[in-house]
Write a protein that binds this ligand. Structure first.
Ligand code: FES
Length: 577
């Protein structure tokens, strides 16, 4: 931080709102006073915005009211002026059709809220899945000093003597319920125990993956990603983050100063090394896009082939986030891959990633594996290409049944989600364990919003026979807490005219994960004939945000950002008011 004598308040952004002797600034100051503040509260000191995604409809952020006060304490301790600003909350559990529909809306809100207010720095309070990328995208485009404060995972679930993981165990026990193996009272017991505190899902779902990615990219304080939401350490992290935000304001340390192609690679490798959610790929492409960096699926594939999976964490491993924290957290894991990461990248902390993880110690080699004994030497998540996915698709191979990594089977096609829901458990459905279940109209445009429908349910009649995994293909995403042999993000999606739209029941499809291929065994002539008889128009809603979304959202391989938001923003503030 600059020495006290080197801090020049006239260089603060807020100075231009609050200091001049003109009529508009008089108005700003007088209304501050109307709120009970005095000159000494806000004059010549950094204004730090606490962007809070608290909401009673966001089950993962219930502790954010208190945490905002703890962030505020840190800002005051360091001589800043805290202002809490609510922004849209994207709570994964309650929103329909999917929070992903609104990720870009929150990103736009964050960008504009930062730009239009007298803000010198921001603490971004997010956690539940889409809030993380949305806030980073907005802050990058606003290019105002910002530090991310993650909500932290909830405590482990506990039912009888069974440790439960949110999301993952819901799917698992629901299959048992459908198969007739779980009574009402046990099902209710699980409902009561699986989410027993504030915080985000405590498996390595999208929230925890994105928190780790954010930390690896240098956008949050060291160790932030894994601290459980209800621990005292999390309160202290909030205060530390507030203090650091004030320093960042004096240093004018902006996202454009520390976010680079190399830091994006660090985020990607961290996500692979923890066996992270496939959703991270889409979000990282979008985040990189805001920096003017074109992150391709091929780059993801290159890094996937060299990055070992060291985090043995559910749903692809054995442990939960609390165990990861106790084992040393993300800094300890990153310290085991310094030869792969770009350790010279800068962070919000004012030091390099290398300096940040130096000395981090692994406490438990079972949770954070050694390089000699990884969960997988590489390729935890893979890019597939072929005639069914010309622009690519992904699979979390680590979470798939190894027997299905090479598989050939006949397609059972569902036109859309309602049809799938209506027919999947029909005893007359023509399906067996070798079939390939296909869901279309589930992508960014088709659903719309790119929902997490990619882990199609196993048909009841197969569950009753003991089948627990099948090959499933879709243009949807899947929850980071999901698992199974699910090929996702097929691009282009069916609604955009991708080949997935042309698949028919009985067509033969082959996936070969080791070879990274997906092949649809239909001749080019037949594909052409089917295409000619296919309707081509994409439905666009007449009004509102849905209209904007449908007109501008890009495909999965491009990160699903809006086309008009890609690239570096000038980061300007409104000149006239
Ligand atoms: Fe919020 Fe899983 S529902 S993180």
């Amino acid at each position: 931080m600059p020495a006290a004598q080197d801090r020049d308040p006239t260089k603060l952004r807020s100075h231009r709102w609050l200091a001049p002797d003109d009529m508009r600034s008089f108005g700003h100051r007088s209304r501050m006073k109307g709120m009970g503040f005095d000159d000494i509260d806000f004059a010549d000191r950094p204004v730090v915005a606490i962007l809070n995604t608290w909401s009673e409809m966001n089950t993962c952020h219930t502790h954010f009211r208190n945490r905002a006060d703890e962030v505020r304490r840190g800002i005051l301790q360091s001589g800043g002026f805290p202002v809490e600003i609510p922004v849209m909350s994207l709570g994964e559990m309650m929103m329909k059709p999917t929070t992903m529909l609104y990720r870009n809306l929150l990103a736009m809100e964050v960008e504009e809220v930062l730009r239009c207010h007298p803000v010198d720095a921001a603490v971004l309070m997010g956690g539940c899945d889409k809030t993380v990328p949305a806030m980073l995208m907005g802050a990058i485009s606003a290019d105002i000093p910002s530090v991310f404060f993650p909500a932290g995972p909830m405590l482990k679930g506990l039912w009888k003597d069974v440790t439960l993981g949110s999301g993952s165990d819901v799917w698992k026990y629901w299959d048992e319920r459908v198969a007739g193996n779980l009574c009402d009272s046990d099902w209710k017991g699980i409902e009561n125990c699986i989410a027993r505190s504030a915080g985000t899902c405590m498996t390595m779902g999208t929230a925890s993956t994105m928190a780790c990615v954010t930390e690896a990219m240098g956008f949050s304080l060291p160790g932030a990603a894994t601290i459980p939401a209800v621990m005292a350490d999390h309160c202290r992290l909030a205060t530390q983050t507030g203090r650091r935000a004030v320093e960042m304001a004096w240093e004018n340390l902006k996202p454009s100063d520390f976010m680079t192609e190399k830091s994006i690679d660090n985020g990607l490798m961290a996500s692979l090394a923890i066996g992270g959610s496939t959703n991270a790929i889409v979000h990282l492409i979008a985040i990189a896009g805001r920096l003017g960096i074109e992150l391709s699926l091929d780059r993801f594939d290159e890094l996937s082939r060299i990055t070992p999976v060291l985090g043995d964490i559910r749903p692809s491993g054995r442990f939960l986030m609390e165990d990861f924290q106790d084992a040393g957290g993300l800094p300890a894991l990153l310290a085991r891959m310094t030869d792969l990461l770009n350790m010279d990248c800068q962070t919000v902390n004012g030091v390099t990633l290398g300096e940040q993880v130096a000395g981090a110690e692994v406490i438990n080699d079972e949770v954070i594996r050694t390089r000699q004994n990884p969960v997988s030497p590489a390729g935890g998540t893979c890019l597939l290409k072929g005639n069914l996915a010309p622009s690519g698709c992904v699979i979390k191979s680590l979470a798939a049944d190894p027997k299905l990594l090479k598989h050939r089977g006949r397609a059972v096609v569902f036109e859309n989600y309602p049809e799938m829901k209506a027919k999947i458990h029909d005893p007359d459905l023509d399906v067996d364990e070798n079939s390939v279940l296909i869901l279309r109209s589930a992508g960014p445009l088709g659903a719309p919003g790119f929902p997490e429908w990619g882990m199609l349910p196993i048909p009841k009649k197969l569950l009753e026979k003991g089948v627990r995994d099948m090959v499933r293909l879709s243009d949807a995403r899947m929850s980071g807490t999901s698992y199974g042999t699910c090929v996702l993000h097929i691009a282009p999606e069916s609604a955009a005219g991708g080949p997935l739209a042309l698949v028919q029941n009985g067509d033969v499809i082959e996936i070969d994960i080791p070879q990274r291929t997906i092949h649809w065994e239909v001749s080019d002539d037949e594909i052409q004939a089917r295409r000619e008889s296919m309707p081509t128009s994409i439905p666009v809603p007449d009004r509102g945000y849905s209209h904007l979304y449908a007109k501008h959202v890009m495909q999965a391989d491009k990160g699903c950002d809006f086309d008009f938001l890609v690239g570096r923003s000038p980061g300007m503030e409104p000149a006239i008011h």
